[in-house]
Every structure is written in structure tokens, then in C-alpha cells.
Design a protein around this ligand. Sequence first.
Ligand SMILES: [Zn+2]
Length: 384
Amino acid sequence: MRAVVMRKNKLVVDNVPVPTPGPGEVLVKTLACGICGTDLHALRFAETLGGGLARSGGLYGMDPNRDVVLGHEFCAEVVDYGPGTRKRFKPGTRVCSIPVLKRTKEGASIGYSNEHPGGFGEMMRLSENLLVGVPDDLPSEVAALTEPMAVGYHAVAKARLERCDVSLVIGCGPVGLSVIAALKLKGTTPIVAADLSPRRRQLAVEMGADMVIDPREKSPYEPVMAAEWPRLGSVITNLGSFLASDFPIKSDMKYLIKSFYRAFGSGRFAGRPAVIFECAGVPGVIDGIMFNAPRNARIVVAGLCMERDHIYPWFGINKQLSLQFVQGYSDEEFATTLRNIRKGKLRVQPLITGKVGIEGVAKAFEELRSPEHHAKILVEPWRN
Ligand SMILES: [Zn+2]
């Protein structure tokens, strides 16, 4: 079969063997597979992703010196069954799956593996038990976005948001946009999002951000800083309603209170705890968030940084910050995400900005390095 092969940190088109489905496994034809930011990282940091993570007990045990067919955000069609299968779906049925092959308890990665080719090839093998059927009225390209959208859904679930939390999303690449969509789905407000790219800020609004900020113009922490002053926050809010009343008060005093009130905004976010999602995955960002975060903020790290980074624990200690790292999703979160996309509760269409065949993948990787053009490019391996 034809596939895009990652070989010695380059992408080449080559013929590779069609995978044989083992016991409990299904052979599928890839219909659409998204290019993920992690794939871009994998090409640059194959040793960290493969060797380093395997040594630290991670799931990805690939050898960067051998061929890898990437691609883990897919929608596929059932072609054939291996031995010992229940044949739940007829051949021709469209399915999604988490990119894991259940050969062992932990499972093996699909798409970051030397043995199990991912969706940038014409065929894959999947575990029958992990298949989720794709409803007939859902286009394959949209279904393929289940995986990246589940990432945001999981990050937001891990944040254990309360009704009064103020959310700030730092970085509006695919991970940040997925988090924004999940926050919107949860009904939390306000959602503040920051990115240097105008295109990404526009996408952030389309995905549900209430306020977008260019960090070169304004600090994204400003709207959440009121949360640092819980008592003061309620005083300001009360002053706001007091000013609206007819209570007689000296005009200069009224002016003073008014300026004070304005300086802290409307008091809308005052006293509310902040949850900050790190979705940039660039060295120094976690440190910057810890430096700028209000007291008691919770930081959820979803951006994938594969380089060594540094933090000053003192900032975190002094402000009693919580730091939570997140990755992936559960089987249930994945299935729920597909249902939410189907019901139109998660908007994904604005994210699809391009489609390529196998020959176009290397160029698409290059284009995705600039934030101004694309959000998600889908690979359709059978496309000419
Ligand atoms: Zn991904």
C-alpha cells in the first residue's frame, strides 16, 4: 500500500506492506486523517517522542531510526476482520477509534509505532473493541476531528471547572481551539483566549471565545487578575450597584469610587478563581503563566513541549498555584466527543482548512508551521 513514511526525520512516499489484522483486530481503509501538531513535533523530535518517552514509562515506544507511518486522527472504513472477532460492523461501515491497538493491557500506539501504521497510509489495523460507528450523515472529514476535539474535552474535564471559574486559554493552535470548544460546550463564561496570530484569534472566536487578546497589545491576564482580590472583588461589585442607586453622595467622592470601579473593570470577574490552559507547548510559556497568574490559579498544561523547560517553583509556591499536566482522553470521552460533534454541540467545520493526498503531506507539514494559513489539514490517502 502507499503511505507517507517518516524516515530519518524526513517524510517520503513509499510502498509498505498492508498490515495484517491479528486476533480481535480489523483491517480498515483510511478515509481521512488529520495532521496533528504532535506529528510536526515528531518529525523534529523523533528521539524525544520515541526513545525518551519509552524510557520514562510512556506509551510511545517507537524507534526513531526505523520507519514510522504517522497519523492518529482518523476516520476509516471496515474492510476485513482478523481471527476471533465479533464482526460488529459490516465491511464498508465507517468507524473511528482511539489510536491504540489493544494487544497488551496498556495498548500500543497507532501512528507513533514502527509496527502499526497510522492514517497517513492507505490501510490500518484497529482493535474491534475500540471501534465507534460513524453516523451516516456525518462526513468522514468531520468524524476525523473526533480525536483532536476529544483532547480539549479531556483537558477541560481534568480542570474540574466550577461555575464561577474564569478560563484563560494561552495559545490558539489546534489544542487551544479544541479546549475553547470544550469550554463553550460546558457553558463556562467568560472564555478569554490569547494568541499572537490574528487568524488564530479569529478561529478562537468562531470556536466560542468571549474575548480574544493579542498579547503584544494587552496582557491576557488583565481580565482574570481581579480574581486575585476576592474580598475587594465583592466590595467593587457592591460599589457598582451602590453607584447605580440614588443615594446622595458628594460628587468628588462619587468620582473617586467610579475610577476605582473602572480600574478593576466592571467587577464581573472579581473574586472568581482563574483556570489557565497552557496550549502553546513552547519552552518558557509555563514559567510565564506562573509569573503572571493570579493567586490560587489552576494551570492545566495541554500544549505539547518536547524540549527541556524551566520554571521557578517559588512563583508557584508563593501564589499557591496548581499545575496539572494532561494528555489524551478516555474511551468514553472519545465516544462522547463524536456524539457531540454529530449533534452539532461541538463546532469543528471552521477548523478544516485544507485537504491533501499522500503526495501533498510533506508540503502540508511545511505550511502548518505558519499559524496564518491553516488550522487542520486532512490527509485523504486515496485522493489523487
Ligand atoms: Zn493529535
